[in-house]
Write a protein that binds this ligand. Sequence first.
Ligand code: ADP
Length: 268
Amino acid sequence: LKERVQINKQRDEMTELGVMFNELMDNLEKSFHQQQQFVEDASHELKTPLSIIHGHLSLINRWGKDNPKVLERSIDLSLNETNRLIQLVSELLTLSRAEESTTNMNSLEEVKMREIMEDIVENFQTINNDFKISSTIDIDTDFTIKILKSHLEQIMIILLDNATKYSTDDKVIQINVRHTDRRLTIEVKDYGAGIPKEELPFVHNRFYRVDKARSRKHGGNGLGLSIAKRLLDIYQGTLDIDSVYGKWTKVQITFPINFDEAPTTKGG
Ligand code: ADP
């Protein structure tokens, strides 16, 4: 009987090991496909500006020497595309660094949220003085949270940049910061282009743009929200978007206040 129990135990262990192995292989395969997809998408995004620059160089080569107008226009448009490439490459680097980022919550410093948020709002208002940025920061001056200041700034810049990029005539942005005893919530609301309901689940996917032409005009590569989401994942944060197309968009992010849970490791 003892031997049979032992054999059954070993069989169970083998089955369990088999299940774990299959799961591991599935995960590896999934992550490999995701990587492959990412490289394909990134190459596609890089190809567009490169093709445009190539087109303009060919124009300059054929007509530009005798026609200063063609020369000037092609150089201007090529410069635009070079700027786009620089921004795209820099965003790809940021995303890749955020993907690699592992943060030990215990080693993080407590930062004063009110002070940081006030600084972010003030700086942003200075750069965008044609916007009316109103903020309600409903937290005490000594309220702190464990986060890398640069990560919070990066996330807020992405949300505020989007709020300005997709604004229409109504140049008003509202920022609301509050907390419960468990979570800190930051909301950024604009009264701009809005996002159609059916597109909302996809906007934080890499390279996803609701209106490619509009995004392109504003230099949008469809990477901002995926960077913000990845940075929030590090802190077990959340990102939710609500919008009424043509009227307003509200992005809400939340962070846990106490990290009793295990620190987040790579991949969220
Ligand atoms: P992008 O760099 O193109 O802005 P994001 O990842 O930040 O990329 O956003 C993805 C898409 O979601 C944008 O291209 C835009 O279509 C839409 N979007 C994001 N924020 C807003 C907003 N505040 N108002 C309207 N549309 C938005």
